[in-house]
Design a protein around this ligand. Structure first.
Ligand SMILES: [Zn+2]
Ligand SMILES: [Zn+2]
Ligand SMILES: [Zn+2]
Length: 287
């Protein structure tokens, strides 16, 4: 039995095997909802899945004709996808507590993978769903890139933004908060100065959730689809963009892993990037 929860702790669930597979999905819908390079799902038999808290606190969004996704109303964290017609639940592995009996076995939808993310492990890669899944993926519109501008949008598309110029840093964060907020192995965030950032539409749909016990850690998501959105902090003059919601290729690649002491046990870092066990030094030293 393993259990999981959203970032704010309202949405909780328990899941029991037998678990037979674990999959990293790189499709654009997973990237946008989670704001991460890919989502990892632990499929479980429906009989083994149980909401233990506040199922009513979910916002649901029809992301395609067949697929309904949901996330926490308060913190936006992606919730398990329950599929009664397939007699299964797809549980995001990022927030799961306890040792899982297996590790990811394949990458799916690498045909729509983020251009800024390199797969460096040796797991099998499928362009879309492997044939044995018996279902088809959904194509999404692409956005034309403009020089010097990186743009993105939420899962439902009602909120869109762009950032102009060079980024300060791009990093993979393995902290427990990011794993809960993103429902993924890790978050990948790009940091800009706040003045480089602008909302193009739907800013009124962007909801902030600040972790009560944290000094700054705040996540932003779309009220309608719970998809990840950038967090704009005008006081600290920083805009933190979850790279998964980007529609165009940013001008840089992930430069390091941070908080690796808090990494998910089932996720192996297989690239050569530097690893910081805890927090990195402050981006802007105090004056
Ligand atoms: Zn929550
Ligand atoms: Zn997906
Ligand atoms: Zn949205």
């Amino acid at each position: 039995m393993v259990s999981g929860s959203c970032l704010c702790g309202t949405v909780t669930y328990e899941v029991q095997g037998p678990f037979t597979s674990m999959v990293n999905c790189h499709c654009s819908m997973c990237r946008k909802q989670h704001g991460a390079p890919f989502a990892t799902f632990l499929p479980a038999p429906l009989a083994g899945f149980r909401w233990t808290g506040a199922e009513a606190a979910l916002v649901t969004f029809q992301s395609s004709t067949r697929s309904v996704r949901s996330g926490c109303k308060t913190c936006g964290a992606p919730a398990p996808i329950v599929l009664p017609e397939r007699n299964m639940a797809l549980v995001p592995a990022g927030p799961l507590e306890g040792d899982l009996p297996l590790t990811p076995q394949m990458h799916i939808f690498v045909g729509s993978k983020a251009p800024w993310y390199a797969i460096t492990d040796g797991l099998p890669q499928h362009e879309a769903f492997p044939p044995e899944f018996g279902v088809q993926g959904v194509e999404r519109p692409t956005v034309d890139a403009r020089p010097g501008v990186t743009s993105g949008s939420c899962l439902c598309g009602e909120v869109a933004f762009e950032v102009e110029g060079d980024a300060l840093i791009m990093q993979n964060c393995h902290c427990t908060r990011c794993r809960r907020a993103r429902g993924a192995a890790h978050g990948t965030n790009i940091f800009y100065r706040a003045e480089q950032f602008r909302w193009l539409r739907g800013a009124e749909l962007a909801v902030d959730y600040k972790i009560p016990e944290a000094k700054h850690h705040t996540v932003t998501f779309c009220r309608r689809c719970t998809g990840a959105l950038p967090r704009v902090d005008t006081v600290r003059n920083v805009a933190v963009v979850p790279a998964g919601c980007l529609d165009t290729d940013p001008p840089l690649r992930p430069q390091r892993h941070i908080f690796t002491a808090h990494k998910a046990a089932w996720f192996a870092i297989t690239d050569e990037l530097p690893q910081l066990p805890e927090a990195p030094p402050p981006l802007f030293p105090r004056t």
